[in-house]
Design a protein around this ligand. Structure first.
Ligand code: FAQ
Length: 343
């Protein structure tokens, strides 16, 4: 099927900018904290890192539908089911805006899909964990969407226009997602001892993986420095992780849950909470495709893609028919009695 977006320039190589004016304009826009738009000249490395980050982000939203999708048929009430369905649909929408943003950089959607279903693309580590209990819907909303908001609000100011603009709407929706998760946990924590235990056990499993969503420690983050210099990322991985922990502690107190970290304590001098070292070996395993649910997630996505082939075939047939009709219409003219005749 033809790519619905117009063919955009894929400039950015040195020979596309022989007099250096493109680079100068790009540098001026970045220095003035202005936006880069798809038709602007941009360095190839800037384009490449944007496609890398935006496509990974899009894949995360799409794969991220699975852990919660797992509970739609088993939600404990009609109200919870409706909310969960709306949330999972929102995540699909986020994925689609983000694929569109990546397409404006000259990478087509089929290529990105192919990378995802063949397991060669990265997506957020967090979605490789399983959701065995209903309380996990609360933990995902509170912790996973909470971490996503912390990470993504600064991305609304990302220097690349289509990405920053997509993030504005995404963040509004993530905010509702976070609150619904908090409310699920609050209700469980106000419930029976068994419900309280279910909520705490779920928070115990999701807390550390949620902190890992921000990426490796700054010292091991090869992309951060350059992405910050280009105003794509505004804060480092560790800065955002710290901000998230500082935000979580008072919320955990309201919920009445314990955050599973014996080293978590207020540091008066720093004005922040100290927290324990995360298990970066586990993070590396998940990124290498060996997390608890990597294989399940990619296989499920591949099956969904294959099951959708008839939709793509129908859309292709429709587009071909429209093109045929358009060319037939173009080769006729209207005569004096209003009839179409061959020209
Ligand atoms: N998982 O040099 P850095 C959501 C990779 S959406 C997997 O620090 P960077 C909503 C990284 O890609 C969640 N891979 O990289 C929702 C790089 O590999 P590469 C997704 C990770 O780009 C809720 C390598 O490690 N959000 O939750 C992870 O500067 C509920 C070195 O790392 C976004 O994608 C990880 N956690 O910083 C949906 C936000 N961390 O590409 C459904 C946008 C790092 O060199 C249900 N992305 N890696 O091969 C970002 O802000 C950044 O890309 C980071 C990583 C912060 C994720």
């Amino acid at each position: 099927m033809a790519d619905p977006l117009p063919q955009l320039r894929t400039a950015g190589q040195a020979d596309d900018d022989p007099d250096g004016s493109g680079q100068r304009r790009f540098d001026e826009l970045i220095a003035a904290d202005q936006r880069i738009e798809p038709s602007d000249w941009m360095p190839a490395a800037y384009r490449k890192t944007l496609v890398r980050q935006i496509s990974q982000h899009a894949h995360s939203e799409i794969i991220g539908m699975q852990p919660e999708g797992n509970w739609i048929t088993r939600a404990p009430s009609l109200k919870r089911k409706s909310i969960l369905m709306a949330k999972v649909q929102d995540e699909a929408g986020h994925g689609l805006y983000l694929y569109s943003a990546a397409q404006t950089l000259g990478t087509d959607r089929d290529t990105m899909f192919e990378q995802l279903i063949t397991g060669t693309a990265k997506y957020s580590s967090i979605f490789n964990y399983t959701t065995p209990t209903w309380a996990d819907m609360g933990s995902i909303g509170w912790l996973v969407d909470g971490a996503a908001i912390c990470n993504q609000v600064p991305l609304c100011r990302a220097s690349y226009g289509p990405y920053g603009r997509a993030m504005v709407r995404i963040c509004k929706e993530e905010s509702f997602h976070q609150r619904q998760g908090f409310e699920i946990l609050l209700e469980l924590m106000r419930g029976t001892p068994a419900q309280q235990q279910m909520a705490q056990e779920s928070v115990n499993r999701w807390y550390a993986p949620a902190l890992m969503m921000f990426g490796p420690p700054d010292a091991d983050s090869p992309n951060s420095q350059q992405s910050m210099a280009w105003n794509i990322k505004r804060f480092s991985n560790d800065e955002l992780r710290q901000r998230f922990v500082d935000m979580l502690v008072p919320q955990a107190e309201i919920l009445g849950v314990t955050l599973p970290d014996p080293d978590l304590k207020w540091n008066e001098e720093r004005g922040h909470y100290d927290f324990g070292e995360l298990d970066w070996a586990e993070f590396a395993e998940v990124l290498a495709g060996r997390g608890p649910a990597n294989a399940i997630r990619v296989a499920r996505r591949r099956a969904a893609h294959e099951d959708g082939e008839w939709v793509r075939a129908a859309a292709r047939a429709y587009a071909d028919k429209q093109a045929e009709l358009a060319s037939a219409t173009n080769s006729t003219t209207v005569n004096s009695t209003g009839e179409r005749v061959a020209s």
